[in-house]
Design a protein around this ligand. Structure first.
Ligand code: PSV
Ligand code: MN
Length: 392
């Protein structure tokens, strides 16, 4: 098997973008629990993301959600972030919290409502100009609840028209990233339910339109790594929203529900050239992001745990002896190929990663270092009054 020292250079520069909304309160439709120390402003969310980066060295950027993260001056927010050692990253649009969008936004039959939703995306593109963001991520809460309710095909056609208008507004270095999800909030049909539909829609736009794969957005049992392979093969895998799920779109800590699935996904990312430092040009176009909510656990350590899980599984996936694997595959040796794969998955890399971190001036154990730092107690004492951030 490949050893840790051989793969260590490939861990350099790994970057996992954090979602600003992970630092606000969240919950289910039954209850949103508040927790002491939760960010009250966009700035406090950015500061929390910077704290995760300071303890891990893995999270140099933070994604914003508009309008959850509306501010008057994005250039000032950008400076605020950069002063704390992080960048502002992906801008997520939101067409799911306005009464006008009850029956759709970019797919609505009413041209005025479609234009309102398109204008919202133009606003997001203006924000991207000020924040220096590359990606506009679009997830649509659109679909229908009852058979016969909607003209399925008409909605695809209108979606194409609306996305074209948005795509045409993007700058040369900007991308449109279209996320899919198989259900919720619509229950009968969703307008972008799967990678195939997302692919069809972005392929019709052009090279700078790509797919976002949220790991929580598939039916149980879906082979997600196969989708990763196919999208990379087609040059259309733009980004990940990493999280994990047991039942629905649970938004749990990545790797918590199924670490082996995370390993399999990362193996296909690396194998398909989607992992940055592994590329000859030292750069990949596939953005690693988290899309998570911390409903009952503390938010900053929840994000620390998540990025560490991604790093750990990346290291294990890099350990796969690809030559031995190919040889076994080509020889038709089923069990040998499986063993090569499982050997890497079964390797405990925690001590090596701890040493690797120490060499770079990072805490060997970021979870423990955060717990012992007093930072949590400090923000709980400081953040008194005001309204804690949440989904509004
Ligand atoms: C939708 O479930 C989603 O995954 C999209 O990425 C949204 O922007 C995000 O969740 C909001 O939490
Ligand atoms: Mn998502």
């Amino acid at each position: 098997m490949t050893d840790f020292a051989t793969i260590a250079p490939q861990l350099e520069g790994q970057a996992i973008e954090l979602p600003s909304w992970a630092f606000g309160n969240s919950g289910t439709r039954f209850k949103v629990f508040g927790s002491p120390g939760t960010a009250r402003t966009v700035e406090e969310k950015v500061a929390d993301a910077a704290t995760v980066h300071r303890f891990t060295g893995l999270a140099p950027s933070v994604a914003l959600h508009i309008p959850w993260d509306l501010v008057d001056d994005y250039a000032a927010l950008r400076r605020y972030a950069e002063d704390r050692g992080v960048r502002l990253g992906t801008i997520n649009s939101n067409t799911f919290q306005d009464d006008d969008y009850r029956l759709g936004a970019l797919t609505h039959t009413d041209a005025k409502i479609r234009q309102k939703a398109i204008d919202h995306h133009f606003e997001c593109i203006d924000v991207m100009g000020a924040t220096g963001s590359r990606d506009l991520k679009i997830w649509l809460a659109e679909g229908s609840n009852y058979p016969g309710q909607a003209d399925l095909r008409g909605r695809q056609d209108r979606l194409h028209e609306s996305l074209s208008a948005i795509y045409d507004r993007l700058g040369e270095d900007q991308r449109l990233v279209l996320e899919y999800k198989f259900f919720e909030p619509a229950f009968y049909h969703t307008d972008v339910p799967d990678w195939g539909t997302s692919y069809v829609q972005v392929a019709a736009l052009g090279d700078r339109a790509v797919v976002c794969l949220d790991t929580g957005h598939h039916a149980p049992g879906t082979n997600i790594e196969f989708i990763v392979m196919q999208l990379l093969r087609l040059g259309k895998l733009g980004s990940f929203d990493f999280n994990s799920r047991f039942y629905a779109d649970d938004d749990l800590i990545v790797g918590a529900a199924d670490p082996f699935q995370l390993f399999r996904i990362l193996f296909e990312v690396i194998r398909g050239g989607g992992y940055g430092p592994a590329n000859p040009d030292g750069h990949s176009d596939v953005a690693f992001m988290l899309d998570q909510c911390h409903n009952i656990e503390a938010k900053i350590p929840g994000q620390i745990r998540s990025v560490l899980n991604v790093q750990e599984m990346t290291a294990r996936a890099l350990l796969v002896d690809r030559d031995a694997l190919t040889a076994a595959q080509e020889a038709g040796d089923v069990l040998a190929a499986h063993e090569v794969f499982m050997d890497a998955f079964s390797t405990d890399v925690r001590a090596d990663l701890a040493a690797w971190r120490e060499e770079r001036g990072l805490p060997a154990n970021p979870m423990r270092a955060y717990a012992e730092s007093g930072h949590q107690q400090q923000i709980e004492a400081d953040r008194i009054g005001g309204t804690q951030a949440g989904w509004n």
